[in-house]
Design a protein around this ligand. Structure first.
Ligand SMILES: Cc1cc2nc3c(=O)[nH]c(=O)nc-3n(C[C@H](O)[C@H](O)[C@H](O)COP(=O)(O)O)c2cc1C
Length: 258
């Protein structure tokens, strides 16, 4: 099948997922468009046909996909449109995220033909998986991307074959992280954090605050602050490190499903 268009979509509060997904662009012979689902926005209303490819990347939050991704994609429509799903995760585990994303897309008319789970620096404890993805990860990921496009070229239009992805159909329970970023005296109210918050959880007129009910602890504000004035509490980071430390210590390779 000759593709008409490839669309790269990603939700990426601290940038790792965007980087991984963008690395796929050069492999597409068809024109590539990009949809960044991260900034606060109305739900996407695009329809895709069976000569298009959707490539979508999300970070793993608590073994699941961030719920806001589903909100932003509530009205997308596919028509036996092939999709590739990518989950980035901080070297603990991706659990049910690939499966959840694929199930969600399937209900919208897409057929997941391939998936990948890629280790990235942990956005809460950046000493975990620091420097990932590294050269080796990208070499493997590029090879996977090439295979995906070869598979599509050999595919008959309208008949994509679904891939089996790991994950429990009864997804892991994750209700979010209870602790939220706090602001110290170095804040100069530049509002860089307000601009990057995907949830509108930082008020423009009082950027040192965090609206707890809206915040998803995605760390976008912490990484964007030019004064390093926003952070999680030291005890919160220590708790997270202890909680995930053991499983996250073992070097995990990217995993591909085709
Ligand atoms: C709220 C939250 C929950 C997370 N849960 C997991 C997890 O369950 N497993 C894991 O390995 N990494 C987890 N991570 C790490 C992220 O999945 C990882 O750093 C991801 O690459 C961040 O993507 P981004 O840079 O595009 O924002 C979590 C990060 C956050 C902020």
């Amino acid at each position: 099948m000759e593709l008409k268009q490839s669309t790269l979509m990603y939700f990426s509060p601290t940038g790792s997922t965007a980087q991984v997904i963008r690395s796929m662009a050069d492999h597409s012979a068809a024109p590539v468009s990009e949809v960044n689902l991260t900034p606060i926005q109305d739900p996407c209303r695009r329809s895709f046909d069976d000569r298009e490819l959707l490539i979508i990347g999300v970070p793993v939050f608590g073994g699941r996909i961030p719920p806001v991704v589903k909100d932003r994609l509530a009205y997308i429509k596919g028509a036996d449109t092939p999709a590739v799903v990518v989950a980035t995760y901080g070297n603990r585990h991706y659990d049910d995220a690939l499966r959840e994303l694929s199930d969600f897309l399937s209900a919208k008319g897409f057929v997941t033909i391939a998936g990948a789970a890629v280790v990235t620096r942990h956005s809460i404890v950046p000493t975990i998986a620091e420097g990932r993805p590294d050269e080796g990860d990208y070499a493997a990921f590029n090879a996977f991307t090439e295979q995906v496009f070869e598979r599509i070229a050999a595919m008959e239009q309208g008949h994509p074959e679904a891939v089996t992805l790991p994950g429990n159909p009864e997804y892991k329970d994750f209700k979010g992280i209870p602790f939220k970023p706090i602001t110290n005296m170095d804040c100069v109210a530049c509002c860089a954090c307000v601009a990057v918050c995907p949830m509108g959880a930082i008020p423009m007129d009082s950027p040192s605050k965090t609206i707890k009910e809206k915040c998803i602890t995605c760390m976008a504000c912490v990484w964007a602050c030019p004064k390093n004035a926003r952070a999680l509490g030291k005890m919160d980071i220590l708790f997270t490190k202890q909680h995930i430390g053991k499983t996250a210590k073992v070097h995990k390779n990217p995993e591909f499903f085709l």
